[in-house]
Design a protein around this ligand. Structure first.
Ligand SMILES: Cc1cc2nc3c(=O)[nH]c(=O)nc-3n(C[C@H](O)[C@H](O)[C@H](O)COP(=O)(O)O)c2cc1C
Length: 301
């Protein structure tokens, strides 16, 4: 019995990936858990130059979730390649670089800069709700989503996974647009746009006024979207949104996800990924699942 899976041409020891923005560049977490036991890491979103992110309060706790408005603070591709990549490469941990851009050209430049030895795949964030330029504006328009996909594909030899936004009326249209433009896989969902209010000051809690909601509160929406998308496309789907347990992983696989990502859970318990992997492994053993791909899309309706 094994929970290995092949995804984006990578032979992964488990289908459970650390979600972008919640696990830094991996190295920050090495004292909490064994990085060699993590299926893969999707690193914090990288731009061509450093971004400072949003001012003021960036995190607000909400019932069963958190709102964040980090604004894609990141050190830029050069610092990543010089400081983090050499150390991260020492682990038996596939590296997926999550990328962002202020315009279509920047996405291409970042893709090219990160197409280096040691990086296994790119995840393209066209879905961040917390930045004024870039991010979500590319993920809510099928034509723009298609253009970004083509630009990234033109600039890399690596497999490309497009990360979709749930802040749309019809996610299937966007999914099909990126598939038709050459995406190798789709990941979803990014955070849902929300607000939190301080009634004493009568002000929004977040400096950016709005933020992105993640955690268990969004799981039902994420499951619905992963189910819709995986039925509509032929490329593999990576599901996320509120995964806290091994059984949550099974739910995402049943609706069509080949792999999953764990985000907010790691902010609560730094060992969440290895705990969830252990729980998923036990569940598969107890339920005599020899090949985990048998679970993918096995929902009975
Ligand atoms: C603090 C924080 C920072 C995030 N930063 C990124 C990012 O840089 N790029 C990205 O694609 N998604 C980012 N996300 C979204 C997560 O990767 C994930 O899509 C989302 O949180 C849903 O999964 P979860 O409910 O397991 O957290 C971030 C989420 C949080 C909470």
């Amino acid at each position: 019995m094994s929970i290995r899976v092949n995804f984006l041409g990578i032979d992964m020891k488990s289908p459970i990936i650390a979600a972008s923005g919640t696990f830094g560049f991996g190295i920050e977490c090495k004292d909490y858990l064994d990085l060699n036991k993590v299926g893969a890491i999707s690193c914090k979103g990288l731009a061509i130059t450093p971004w400072s992110g949003n001012d003021g309060v960036r995190i607000a706790e909400t019932p069963s979730g958190i709102l964040n408005s980090i604004g894609l603070e990141n050190p830029g591709v050069d610092v990543f390649k010089e400081k983090y990549l050499p150390e991260l490469k020492r682990y038996n941990l596939p590296i997926i670089c999550n990328i962002v851009g202020k315009d279509i050209e920047e996405y291409g430049k970042v893709a090219r800069a990160l197409s280096v030895e040691g990086v296994h795949a790119l995840e393209v964030n066209i879905s961040c709700p917390n930045v004024k330029n870039g991010g979500i504006s590319f993920g809510t328009d099928p034509k723009m989503a298609a253009e970004v996909t083509r630009e990234v594909k033109r600039n890399t030899h690596l497999p490309v996974m497009m990360k979709l936004s749930p802040n749309v009326t019809d996610i299937v249209t966007i999914a099909k647009a990126v598939e038709d433009s050459g995406a190798d896989a789709i990941s979803l969902i990014n955070t849902l746009l929300g607000m939190a209010i301080d009634i004493h000051t009568r002000k929004p809690i977040l400096g950016n006024i709005t933020g992105g909601l993640s955690g268990p509160a969004i799981k039902p929406i994420a499951l619905r979207m992963v189910w819709q998308v995986s039925q509509a496309v032929h490329i593999p789907v990576c599901g996320m949104g509120g995964i806290m347990t091994g059984e949550d992983v099974v739910e995402f696989m049943l609706v069509g996800a080949k792999t999953v990502q764990v985000g907010t859970a790691s902010l609560i318990t730094p060992t969440a990924i290895t705990n969830i992997t252990e729980e998923f492994n036990c569940w598969c053993q107890e339920n005599r699942v020899d090949d985990i791909t048998q679970l993918v899309g096995a929902l009975q309706i």
